[in-house]
Design a protein around this ligand. Structure first.
Ligand SMILES: *Cc1c(COP(=O)(O)O)cnc(C)c1O
Length: 394
């Protein structure tokens, strides 16, 4: 038996720092109203921004897809797992994002590893926003390239770092919409810096795809061409209510990834039936623009209400509306109190966010009703008032 002491110690430490993670167990489908650990709750934690994750038409697409194409793809893409729905999905995603070509993956984590690690390696340099998603940071670290992080949204810091860069290949990487803050990259500025320094630029539009831009093409898609943003990645597991992910770009670049990305070559293709779900979701994205409008309306209602109550929301204009609480124990306490009042709002703590910036990550969807939002605002205001009363006493 190997030594278990380090495991016991790490687990004890996690608990002591109020960093223990326990997934809430759902006994319902995804939605604004869920059943969690035996009770009904209003859900403010999912990334199902358009309310598609349990749409009956997507369910039907999955069933029909499985009947036609089976439940397993049986092999990696290059062997014999690449079926018609995968091919069609790649073409449709390229169209949506205004790119020549796209390559699909079974998760966004894998797509990011593939994009970064295939483009850059030992001898190269990768520059990342400090608050980038873990999958991008991991990819940069694992690539073997020289790894530099610039201060969040600080393009002059990035510019300064680039001026000191060496002669190797350079890759700039950023979330388009930051997953724990909800704020947005200055894509035009990043594109200028990439152009000036002859660097590659990769944007991850996980939280913009489906929600922002013309026809839900994302923050980047149709607004910035592949001459500005050379690599675009996004997951299909958030606004699209499906699963999987993709990298989009010029045909030449995608051909290169298809030949050399180990994360594409050495893994079983996702089931074609899941690609059928994504295809249907793309149909709905085009046919039902009202969903994006409903989300915007909810966002305006929520921010207006929070402002009136003096709640410390971060300055986000997207569906991700974090309420900064700072201390881990405080964030947990608020999350727990909300749970008891029937709201699922997860506390986000380090290492997902920097130390001292624990928060409630409130996510809004197109399917929330104004009364759901008003109830949450009321509960938050009550918690703030209770805390104030306690601190006066103490
Ligand atoms: C969720 C997320 C991913 C990972 O996508 P999955 O398909 O869930 O693996 C990557 N990047 C960002 C910014 C994300 O928020």
């Amino acid at each position: 038996m190997p030594d278990l002491a380090f495991i016991e110690q790490a687990l004890a430490e996690r608990q002591k720092q109020q960093l223990w993670r326990q997934p809430p167990l759902l006994d319902s489908a995804q939605g604004t109203q869920i059943r969690c650990q035996g009770r009904e709750m209003i859900n403010f934690s999912s990334n199902d921004y358009l309310g598609l994750a349990a749409d009956p038409r997507l369910e039907a697409a999955l069933i029909a897809g499985a009947q036609r194409w089976g439940t397993g793809s049986g092999a990696s893409h290059q062997v014999c797992g690449h079926q018609q729905p995968h091919q069609e999905l790649e073409e449709r995603l390229a169209d949506l994002t205004g790119r020549e070509a796209a390559l699909t993956f079974s998760s966004g984590y894998l797509a990011n590893l593939a994009a970064v690690q295939t483009l850059i390696g030992k001898g190269g340099e990768v520059y990342q926003d400090k608050l980038n998603h873990a999958s991008l940071l991991d990819a940069g670290l694992a690539s073997g390239a020289r790894f530099r992080r610039y201060r969040h949204l600080d393009s002059s810091h990035l510019k300064g770092l680039l001026e000191k860069s060496g002669s190797g290949r350079r890759l700039l990487v950023s979330d388009a919409v930051f997953s724990m803050d909800g704020d947005q990259a200055e894509v035009a500025e990043l594109a200028r810096l990439a152009e000036a320094s002859q660097s590659w630029l990769l944007l991850d539009d996980a939280h913009g795809l489906g929600v922002l831009g013309e026809e839900g093409s994302g923050l980047v898609g149709r607004r910035f061409g592949s001459d500005q943003v050379h690599l675009l990645t996004a997951t299909l597991g958030k606004a699209l209510g499906s699963a999987g992910a993709f990298i989009a770009g010029d045909r030449l670049v995608i051909d290169y990834l298809r030949q050399f990305a180990r994360q594409y070559i050495y893994t079983t293709a996702q089931p074609a039936a899941q690609a059928c779900v994504s295809l249907k979701a793309l149909d709905l994205l085009a046919a039902e623009p009202q969903r994006r409008q409903d989300l915007q309306d909810n966002l305006a209602f929520f921010r207006h209400g929070a402002k009136a109550l003096g709640l410390p929301l971060l300055p986000s204009q997207t569906a991700i509306q974090p309420l900064l609480l700072g201390d881990n124990a405080r964030a947990l306490r608020w999350s727990q109190a909300l749970k008891e009042s029937g709201f699922l709002v997860m506390a986000i703590r380090p290492p997902t966010v920097p130390p001292g910036t624990a928060r409630l990550r409130i996510t809004l969807t197109a399917k929330h009703r104004y009364d759901h939002l008003a109830l949450l605002l009321e509960a938050l205001a009550e918690l703030a008032a209770e805390e104030e009363a306690n601190s006066d006493v103490g």
